[in-house]
Design a protein around this ligand. Structure first.
Ligand SMILES: [Zn+2]
Length: 295
């Protein structure tokens, strides 16, 4: 990855829709922000809600999604918005929303990315911090099949490989996908890939009161024979979506990354733990943070 300038959007962009989890009608706005601002989310439906920086230190434990919170106010399921911003290398942006989670859209990052591109992206003339993975960082899940590991990349770019393997009985077969991440590959290979869930998991979520306005046409719900009422956009769409999730979660580092990341069955909690350990073990090498702090 070449050292680059921080970027924001030229104008405000908007996306409206229904939240997957809470079924709330939500209007979301992306607003331009100054260099050094980073990405932050702010609830406009809650009085005195502060902006919540989209950094791993603000994450709160949740099942199957990434959420951040500050002063007791949370924003749920930020990962697909974060993937769109990080995938397009938009570093400074205030994300306003009048509900507890972004619109689910089609379960991918595509609509967010399209609206951000329509708004225009501008260089801000200030170097973007970056972290070059200089040694191995490994995080394993509770069962041995889950892991995410990262190490150096010869070409200074960010490579992400994902292996999705839920075993021989899963209707989602073994999928493996590798992508060298930049805005072009993000748009052409990843942004369209939708969230997926197994039929029994969707049923359990509904019994918990989630997803009341979300159907099998809105995202991928896998029954024994494959997607219900839907068809895949790519044979390995699920692995591509998992890479999209990784991009959104790795962006919680708050800087660009260069290195080779290999994830196997990892989810949001493991991804966040990877970001924590990576930042701790590379704290002295994030460039040019020391320069910025001294200025
Ligand atoms: Zn996702």
């Amino acid at each position: 990855m070449i050292q680059r300038s921080q970027r924001t959007i030229a104008r405000t962009a908007s996306v409206s829709g229904v939240g997957f989890l809470t079924a709330a009608d939500v209007a979301l706005r992306f607003l331009p922000a100054a260099p050094g601002h980073g990405v932050a989310f702010q609830r406009t439906d809650r009085l005195f809600a502060p902006p919540i920086p989209a950094l791993v230190s603000y994450t709160v434990p949740r099942a199957r999604r990434t959420a951040i919170a500050r002063c007791g106010i949370a924003v749920e399921m930020i990962e697909h918005v974060m993937a769109a911003l990080a995938g397009l290398q938009i570093d400074n942006c205030l994300v306003e929303l009048n509900g507890p989670e972004p619109p689910g859209c089609d379960g991918s990052s595509l609509l967010f990315a399209e609206r951000l591109l329509d708004a225009g992206i501008v260089d801000q003339g200030v170097p973007r911090e970056r972290l070059d993975l200089s040694h191995q960082v490994v995080v394993q899940g509770d069962d041995n099949g889950q892991s995410i590991r990262g190490g150096p990349a010869d070409d200074g770019r960010l490579h992400i490989s994902y292996t999705l393997d839920y075993g021989p009985d899963s209707p989602i077969g073994l999928q493996r996908c590798s992508v060298v991440i930049d805005p072009e590959t993000f748009l052409s290979q990843l942004a369209f890939a939708r969230t997926f869930v197994l039929e029994h998991e969707a049923q359990a979520l509904r019994e918990q009161g989630y997803g009341k306005r979300t159907t099998a046409r809105d995202l991928l719900i896998f029954g024994p024979e494959g997607p219900i009422d839907n068809s895949l956009r790519a044979p390995d769409e699920c692995a591509r979506h998992k890479i999209l999730d990784c991009i959104g979660d790795l962006a919680l580092a708050g800087c660009d990354l260069a290195g080779c990341i290999e994830a196997r069955r990892s989810g949001h909690q493991l991804n966040a733990e990877f970001v924590r350990r990576m930042k701790l073990s590379h704290a002295e090498t994030i460039w040019p943070s020391t320069v910025l702090k001294a200025a």
